[in-house]
Write a protein that binds this ligand. Structure first.
Ligand code: ADP
Ligand code: ASP
Ligand code: MG
Length: 844
């Protein structure tokens, strides 16, 4: 069989590229690539005008009719320039380019003529129609330039509409047959029809438009004509969001939206979808809204399937507002009990072509409130006064008042039906913003509750309502299309600061699977910015912190405990959040909480992995993480940036059995012994180690052997050691008398230990050994302590802060794997952490 007789219904695919998605040549090329990357047979493409062009065309009409001819001319020139630039950048073949440039000239010359005519709705449609036509020609040319067969097909041949100019309604049956007739032959041959959206042929044959944003509708109509398997509307947003992201920064992507919810959102002003777009959707067609910037992202699917679990959790799924409304109130005692007042009001408004977005009537029937677009409020008032002239004269209707500058806020969700307390939550949230509610309406479907508020309070109210319904917790990810992981740094000491600097400058961190810092937390408070802390901001936070200013006391800083900071951060929509613990404290509770709110974890802090594994305790952190499907990486807890943990895990994954690990995992002690061996005094050597950042904040952590013991325990646990930290045999290098005192006193009295150490060093030298502090871990036993290693051994050769690990395995039994390298220091530790962060983010 050669080809298909018809386009099989399940095979047609429609792509619509919105105005923002077609901002310039680069965006158009990107759109072409998306289509070209898949089967092109059965594909139809609908385009909007290039971003902002429809508005410019309307402006030009207005300028011309105001007699501002100079300004109008300049605007036309700018439009020409923009389209010519796009054409030149997209199309190289001279003949093709000439053809398109001629079309641009023709359309814009005609625009100049048309703009000078007497303005009318019909003329306005004729003028704006060229925005879509021009972009469709450009897109067709761009397809041809990439070797894809495509053909411009004007929408006036396809979509027939009735109704008024500027807001016409498609006549479905007629449009369906026209679409099939014109497009099937092309699509069957694999030629992609490129159709200008938004425009149609009116009853009298003149061009009409389908209302602002009408290209969405053109696309769904094409989808319906072919019973398409998918219609994808490519936009500048990640999908349908819980609120307009320009107003509510916490807005989240909703992975699935029911068609009734989508229709309600669109009708109530969510600009992401044309209010009548769903009119054109067939039952078997899947409708997606996706971000052009990230074609592989899932976007939002609008479907007829209900998700009861999601509905239960989020009875309200999204909020939206319509601004620039006026509230018209008809009131009077004489209206009580009189039937047909509302009907008459609707009739009056319909007769002058005004649509009513909301109506609300108190049960006393004393008054009726109607919301109408602000710019026609006076016309509405006049129509109502005419219609109620008799009642006004008789005093049955006492007043018709107009209150301008109102906004309607609608909360939408299928789950609202039957959920108790939704309205209470809504009004409580509004009341908390000290905004009064002018009118309320709730449809019987309970799919929507609408309230009218003063327009200037609308943004504030939206954010409060968004919070009240916890919409930032909806599971689709942040509104932002960036898929960079959001990093929360717990601990802003030397390593935390260095890490912040490394993330800010690492090239991989800036890529699409990179990472950015959204919060830094120290012991007194935090600084958070959901949009990410810029490298400049991080630099200033670091430098102030270095000069001793706590985060809480810096610009934007908030005083809080670590737990409070995390709770606050977790209330926001973060993208693939990672909590990095670079403290030295017991952070188990915070880390557990982070896992609960869906964060992955990177540790440089050893304590959480070395503390008791008892129930809920952090030794069980690895288990908690696994249970919740979260990832936990901790390379920097042993050997700083050296790939120790990674090697162990890889060996185990490959089926090898690790028998034991011997190591000098303390760069601090290694450095100290090196200095001592060279004749330095203990106090001088330790002070040098401290100022180089080689020690824990309290150097006794290192000297007591506890730091090494924790590392040894972490290694032991990887090999199956079941005991707790107290089961690790530890030899402390801190004399009894020095253990209880404050750090400062300890540091003041370091000289008192110099003689003891001089003696130890001499004794070791006499025995032809050097001092090392060594850890040994196996499944059965973990112990750490001071040993003299013979001069010829590899451990004796260690210098500076280098660490060394010898891993003995079933495969590498007689000749263990030895890993040596820098094992302490701020830069290498931070680099180890950064590596883990980038691994989780997906760029390594
Ligand atoms: P197109 O380019 O296809 O015409 P639109 O500009 O009409 O796309 O729609 C996308 C815009 O809708 C976004 O830029 C966003 O600011 C706005 N918007 C308003 N409410 C929402 C919402 N709930 N979800 C997503 N986007 C929204
Ligand atoms: N270009 C038209 C508008 O700006 C139609 C559309 O983009 O869908 O409203
Ligand atoms: Mg639109």
């Amino acid at each position: 069989m050669r080809g298909r007789a018809t386009i099989s219904p399940m095979n047609a695919v429609v792509h619509k590229f919105g105005g923002v998605a077609l901002a310039n040549a680069e965006a158009i090329r990107h759109a072409v690539a998306i289509v070209a990357g898949n089967e092109t047979r059965g594909v139809a493409v609908v385009v909007s005008a290039m971003g902002g062009v429809t508005d410019t065309l309307l402006d030009i009409t207005a300028l011309a009719s105001d007699g501002k001819r100079g300004a109008a001319k300049r605007a036309v020139a700018a439009l020409r320039e923009r389209h010519v630039a796009a054409a030149n950048a997209l199309i190289f073949e001279p003949e093709l380019l000439d053809g398109i440039l001629a079309i641009i000239d023709r359309e814009l010359d005609e625009l100049t003529t048309l703009a000078s005519r007497r303005p009318s709705a019909a003329l306005s449609d004729r003028i704006v129609a060229r925005g879509e036509r021009l972009s469709a020609h450009l897109m067709t040319g761009a397809f041809a330039a990439s070797g894809i067969r495509a053909e411009f097909v004007d929408a006036t041949r396809l979509i027939h509409a009735s109704g008024s100019h500027g807001n016409a309604t498609p006549v479905i049956p007629r449009s369906m047959s026209a679409i099939r007739k014109a497009l099937t032959p092309l699509m069957r041959r694999g030629v992609i029809p490129v159709v200008p959206g938004f425009i149609a042929k009116g009853k009298d044959g003149a061009i009409v438009t389908l209302g602002r944003g009408g290209s969405d509708l053109t696309a769904t109509l094409l989808g319906r004509a072919f019973d398409a398997s998918t219609v994808t509307l490519w936009k500048d947003v990640a999908g349908v969001l819980t609120a307009d992201p320009r107003v509510v920064r916490d807005a989240r992507l909703i992975p699935r939206v029911h068609i009734r919810e989508a229709a309600e959102l669109a009708y109530y002003g969510a600009k992401v979808l044309h209010p009548r777009a769903l009119l054109g959707l067939g039952d078997d067609t899947r409708l997606f809204i996706k971000p052009l910037a990230d074609p592989d992202a899932p976007g939002t699917e609008i479907s007829a399937t209900r998700d009861r679990t999601a509905e239960k959790r989020f009875p309200v799924r999204a909020i939206t507002t319509i601004g620039a409304q006026a509230i018209v109130t008809i009131s009077g005692d004489g209206m009580v009990g009189v039937p047909g007042i509302a009907a008459r009001a609707f009739d009056a408004l319909q007769s002058v072509g005004i649509s009513v977005a909301l109506i609300s009537q108190a049960s006393s029937e004393h008054s009726i409130c109607l919301a109408v677009p602000g710019d026609v409020a006076r016309d509405a008032e006049r129509a109502l006064r005419d219609s109620f002239a008799q009642q006004l004269a008789l005093g049955e209707v006492e007043a018709i008042d107009v209150r301008p500058n109102a906004a309607i806020l609608a909360v939408v969700g299928l789950g609202m039906a039957g959920t108790i307390g939704v309205a209470a939550r809504l009004f409580e949230a509004i009341a908390a913003t000290k905004t009064s509610v002018i009118a309320i309406a709730q449809g019987a479907s309970e799919l929507n509750i609408s309230v009218v508020v003063d327009e200037r309070n609308a943004a504030r109210v939206q954010r409060a309502v968004h919070d009240a319904f916890r919409l930032s917790k909806i599971g689709g990810g942040s509104a932002e299309m960036s898929s960079r992981a959001d990093v929360v740094i717990l601990g802003f000491g030397r390593i935390g600061r260095e890490l912040a600097a490394q993330i800010a400058t690492a090239k991989e961190a800036r890529g699409p699977r990179g990472a950015r810092v959204v919060a830094v937390i120290d012991s007194a408070g935090y600084v958070f910015d959901q949009r990410g802390l810029s490298p400049r901001r991080l630099a200033s936070l670091r430098s102030s912190k270095e000069s001793g200013i706590a985060l809480a006391d810096q610009r934007g800083g908030v005083r809080a405990t670590g737990q409070e900071a995390l709770d606050y951060v977790a209330q926001h929509a973060l993208s693939r959040p990672i909590l990095v613990d670079v403290t030295a404290g017991d952070t188990s509770a915070i880390l557990e909480a982070a896992l609960r709110v869906g964060m992955d974890i990177v540790l440089a802090n050893k304590r959480p992995l070395a503390s008791p594994t008892g129930k809920k305790q952090a030794g069980g952190l690895a288990r908690s993480a696994a249970k919740r499907g979260r990832r936990l990486l901790h390379e920097a807890t042993v050997g700083a940036g050296l790939p120790i943990i990674d090697t162990i895990k890889k060996l185990q994954e490959s089926g090898d059995e690790i028998l034991s690990i011997e190591g000098c995992p303390s760069g601090t002690l290694g450095y100290l012994f090196g200095e001592l061996g060279r004749g330095a005094s203990f106090s001088a050597a330790l002070r040098a180690a401290m100022s180089a950042g080689y020690t824990e904040p309290d150097p006794r952590e290192d000297l007591s052997g506890m730091d090494v013991a924790r590392k040894a325990l972490i290694l032991g646990r990887l090999l199956g050691f079941q005991g707790e930290l107290d089961a690790v045999q530890v030899e402390s290098l801190v004399p009894e008398a020095f253990r209880g005192m404050p750090v400062t006193e300890f540091i003041d009295r370091l000289e008192e230990m110099d003689a003891l150490w001089a003696d130890r060093v001499t004794k070791a030298r006499e025995a032809n050994t050097v001092l090392r502090y060594r850890a040994t871990a196996s499944a059965a036993n973990v112990h750490v302590g001071l040993v003299g290693v013979t001069l010829g051994s590899s451990f004796a050769a260690l210098t500076g802060t280098d660490n060394q690990f010898a891993i003995t395995t079933a495969r590498y039994r007689s000749n263990p794997i030895v890993i040596t390298g820098p094992g302490a220091g701020v830069a290498v530790t931070a680099a180890g952490v950064l590596n883990d962060v980038l691994k989780l983010a997906g760029s390594r």
